[in-house]
Design a protein around this ligand. Structure first.
Ligand code: ADP
Length: 508
């Protein structure tokens, strides 16, 4: 728009058409110079217009009609250069449609040439058309407007020269305080970044000659600020640059709208969507890990079956025994994996059975060590030491088994076959039993330690070892039902020590 004088109110309609029909909340902003010429106008500043709300464009037509009528008065006011802002609600009837408009006229006293900013908003949804008081003294002005949009004008030196009084309602700060320090209440780093980008867009315009329509299009920014009373709010700023009569950049006018409620709703929807995405990602991670872990033992069973089927008459007894033994171990490992999956699933649904009973420490711990030995190629690597074999604990035997089978299997898995693993059990006088599982294996890097109890998480140094990332999650679930705690001490390359502390009687 090189010559803004030609963009008078007659072609406002075509500009509006290109922007789409104007819906009830839409806004018309116009800046008049001191001679009453419309220097710059913009429609639907917040971009809230929607086609669905205005079938046939009749509301847009009504607004255009209202603009034609209401601009005339504003032009005169700009020439008279009144010092007082003026607000009124006007009812306009066009082709049988009645709509209410909130009209705000703000004299631009600080602009060297004077002038006026006019805003027209469709408030039909707020003020019932039939009951609207259309008198100019109705007292419904910017201050009483429930939407409390704030208008502003920045001159071509970058100084804020006008802020509508409704800014006090929005921010808690009076106009004069903000004119001197517009960034009051803005400390959020993202908001500061937004303002910096606004400023740089602005300086580009200052240096530019021959501004085009693209330079003058309205820009929309969202930013967070803190109200004077400490409340956090979100606003959308819509800013339109405008030119003087010779087409030179002359400043920016725009509107600030409180969008906190909308933002809160959007954030809630975003959180729900993110949660759903995480769930679906978790599901696919689950399927790929579990199916991978199933494949290895199944292929061991399959290849041994093939071997036995093809060569059963040629193989010696020892090879046949090994083939059966390998298949048996593969089946056991499949069952262990199924156990883990079932426990994680049941605990996620809050359906993990917890049936505690009195159990002798010595008996249960020896049983667990035997069970783990049976699952391993190299047995007898576990060195068990129990201070008092006969002491009795109140535990769910099945879940207790899962805790220590997982810890012991990990200790064996992540260390060399020639290295021992110690399993030490001590009882103290304050009603707790301490179980320590220690190995001299690969250790756990510090950055992974806080995540290893989450399902499917595997430390960076364990990729070449078999594992599903489910064992410690199972330990965690079983421990929490026992009101127990677990501590980890680990040094990469030196080994890991898991210490579990359980109350002797969880009922105490
Ligand atoms: P996995 O089946 O992969 O062993 P876990 O949930 O039992 O799953 O363990 C999670 C991860 O924690 C393992 O993948 C491994 O990176 C690490 N980890 C657990 N125990 C040990 C250990 N004793 N030594 C080294 N790393 C371990």
């Amino acid at each position: 728009m090189k010559n803004p004088k030609t963009s008078n109110l007659q072609n406002a309609g075509s500009q509006n058409e290109s922007a789409g029909p104007t819906a009830p909340q839409s806004l018309y902003l116009c800046y008049f110079d001191a001679e009453g010429s419309a220097i710059r106008q913009s429609f639907g500043c917040t971009g809230t217009q929607s086609h669905e709300n205005d079938p046939g464009g009749i509301i847009s037509d009504c607004l255009r009609h209202a603009i034609g009528r209401l601009n005339e008065h504003s032009r005169n006011m700009a020439v008279i250069n009144s010092n007082e802002p003026e607000s009124s609600v006007e009812m306009v009837e066009y082709k049988g449609i009645k709509r209410s408009y909130l009209v705000d006229r703000f004299p631009l006293l600080k602009m060297p040439e004077g002038g006026m900013l006019l805003s027209i908003r469709d408030v039909s949804a707020i003020f019932s058309v039939a009951g609207t008081d259309t008198s100019k003294d109705s007292g419904i002005g910017a201050g009483a407007d429930p939407a409390a949009d704030v208008f502003f004008v920045i001159d071509n030196k970058g100084d804020l020269t006008f802020l509508s009084p409704s800014v006090e309602m929005l921010t808690g700060y009076p106009v004069n305080e903000l004119i001197g320090n517009p960034a009051i209440g803005i400390s959020d780093p993202k908001a500061v970044e937004t303002i910096a980008s606004l400023k740089s867009a602005f300086s580009i315009l200052i240096g530019k000659t021959g501004l085009s329509a693209a330079d003058l299009r309205p820009l929309h920014y969202k930013l967070a600020f803190t109200r004077k009373d400490g409340a956090q709010r979100w606003v959308e700023i819509s800013a339109s640059p405008f030119t003087n009569a010779s087409g030179e950049f002359h400043g920016i006018h725009g509107m600030i709208r409180d969008i906190t409620d909308r933002k809160v709703k959007q954030d809630q929807i975003k959180t729900t969507l993110e949660h759903e995405r995480e769930l679906s990602e978790g599901k696919s991670r689950y399927i790929s890990t579990v199916s991978h872990e199933f494949r290895t033992p199944l292929s061991i069973i399959y290849s041994n079956l093939q071997l036995l089927e093809k060569y059963r008459f040629e193989l010696d007894q020892e090879t046949i025994h090994d083939a059966f033994e390998l298949s048996r171990m593969a089946v056991k490992s499949l069952l262990r994996l199924l156990d883990k999956v079932t426990i994680i699933d049941a605990s996620g649904k809050g359906k993990l059975d917890f049936k505690p009973s009195e159990v002798k420490l010595g008996v249960i711990c020896r049983k667990i060590v035997d069970e783990v030995n049976e699952l391993e190629f190299v047995p007898d690597r576990i060195v068990l030491s129990i201070e008092d074999e006969d002491s009795v604990v109140w535990i769910d035997e099945n879940l207790f088994r899962h805790i220590f089978i997982n810890l012991l299997q990990n200790a064996l898995n992540y260390s060399e076959k020639k290295q021992k693993v110690t399993f030490t059990i001590k009882q103290d006088t304050s009603g707790f039993v301490t179980f320590v599982v220690a190995d001299q294996g690969i250790g756990i890097p510090e950055q992974d330690r806080q995540f290893i109890f989450e399902p499917f998480y595997r430390a960076g140094n364990s990729r070449q070892f078999k594992g599903s990332g489910l064992g410690l999650a199972v330990v965690n679930e079983c421990l929490s039902l026992h009101k127990g705690r677990i501590f980890l001490d680990s040094e990469p390359g030196q080994g890991s020590t898991f210490t579990v502390i359980l109350p002797i009687d969880i009922n105490e």
